[in-house]
Write a protein that binds this ligand. Sequence first.
Ligand code: ASP
Length: 331
Amino acid sequence: MTSANIRPASDYPPGGDAFRHRHLIGIAQLTPWEISYVLDAAEQWVDLNRAGAAKHDDQLAGLTIINAFFENSTRTLLSFEIAGKRLGADVVNMHAAQSSVKKGETLIDTAMTLNAMRADAMVIRHGSSGAVQLIADKVDCPVLNAGDGRHEHPTQALLDALTIRRRKGKVEGLTVAICGDVLHSRVARSNILALTLLGNEVRVVAPPTLTPPAMERMHVTTFTDMDEGIRDADVVMMLRLQNERMDGAYLPSAREYHALYGLTPKRLEKAKPDAIVMHPGPMNRGVEIDSIVADDPVRSTITEQVEMGVAVRMACLDILTRRKRGVAGWN
Ligand code: ASP
C-alpha cells in the first residue's frame, strides 16, 4: 500500500473524536476505526522516513518525552526515541538498571517523581501486567504502553497491522497463524485483539503447555499441530520462546521444540504460496525460526516491521499530544 491508499481525512470524525483516548494502554480499548486512524496517520511518516531527512517536522518541538523502561529493550526503546526525535521532541531515556527502582523505590513513587518533572508524554515498559495503567492513573500526561508483562504491547500490534496492510493491501479477511510461546506473549495478546477486531481469522498454534486457557473467548482457533495450524495461512507470525518469563520446564528441549514448532522452509510450504512471515524480534534463530526463512527477502517482513515501528510510534506520539499542543478540535 502506498500513500495513495490513505483514507481521506474526511472519512473520520473531526478532531479528538477520531481518537478519544488520553493514553495508549492496550488494543483492548480501541475500536477498529481508531486502529485504522493510527495506521493511516503512520502511512504518511513511512514515506517521509524513507526520504531520509533526519527530522521531518517540528510539531513536537519544545515537548519532553520520557522513555521509562523498567525492562530491557533494544528495538522498542530505540524506535520510540527515534520517533520522538524525528518529530522534534526532547527525548530522555530512563533505564531501570540505573534508576532508583533498584534501590527499592515503589512504582508509584517513581511515577510521582517522573510526573513532577513535567514530561509531556511518557513511554513505559514494565515487567508486570497492569503496571503501565497504574502509572497512567497517577500522572498528568499521556502514557504509552511499550509492553507490560504478559498483558499488552499495543504499538507492536499496530506496526504489525500496518506491515500486513502494506504487504497484503488489506488487513481484513486474512488468515493469520500466531505461532509459538503464546502463553508468555504480550505481542500475541495485542495482535489477537487487533486482528480479530479488524475482521481476520486468527489461529493460535502452540504446544499445549504454551497455549493460554480459554482462547475461544478471544475468538481464535487453537492448534497444537504446526502443519495444520499454518495450512493456507496468509500470514505466519512467529513468536520468541520467552525463557525469561518461564518459571519451570514448559518444553522438553529447544531441539524438540524446533522439530515440532520451528518454522522451516518445508513447513512454510503448508501456508499459502504468497504467505508472509513475521516475527517481533528478538529472534532465536534455529529455535522458533530458521535463518533461511527469517532472511527470505520475499516472504519475511521482519525488517519492515522494525521500519513500520518508527512510523507507528511517530503517529501515536503525535496523536496523543495533540490536546496538549492545542491542535484545533483536540480539546
Ligand atoms: N520484543 C517483544 C516484546 O517486548 C517480543 C519479545 O520480546 O519476544 O514483547
